[in-house]
Design a protein around this ligand. Structure first.
Ligand SMILES: C=C(O[C@@H]1C=C(C(=O)O)C=C[C@H]1O)C(=O)O
Length: 105
């Protein structure tokens, strides 16, 4: 009688183990991306380049929407994620530029 429920619980635990592994991978991927974008921020600040590059973002959005579609992921969701991350990156870039400016560089 409870076998069905036991099997469902076992399956749920199995899925959750995969979800936990995937969440860990996402965190590591994001950490690497931010490590890279912080280096971009330092390069831009040192060369007085603007923090944001809307044209580049439009190209990334078009590419990611295409990839999302092929992967059966909602393209609107992919665009929202990229835009959310890029806003945070630009905030970092502005902070790096301000730090540099206030240090007199
Ligand atoms: C990282 C950059 O800076 C900003 C952040 C971007 C991103 O997070 O991918 C893309 C374009 C810029 O608005 C860049 O110019 O490449």
């Amino acid at each position: 009688m409870s076998t069905g429920m036991d099997e469902a619980r076992a399956k749920l635990l199995e899925y959750r183990a995969s979800i936990d592994n995937l969440d860990a991978a996402l965190i590591h991927i994001l950490a690497e991306r931010f490590r890279c974008t912080k280096a971009v921020g330092a390069l831009k600040a040192a060369n007085k380049m603007p923090a944001a590059d809307p044209q580049r973002e439009q190209q990334q959005i078009a590419r990611l929407r295409r990839l999302a579609d092929e992967a059966h992921l909602d393209p609107d969701f992919a665009e929202k994620i990229l835009t959310f991350i890029a806003r945070e990156v630009i905030r970092h870039h502005e902070a790096i530029a301000e730090e540099r400016a206030s240090a007199g560089n």
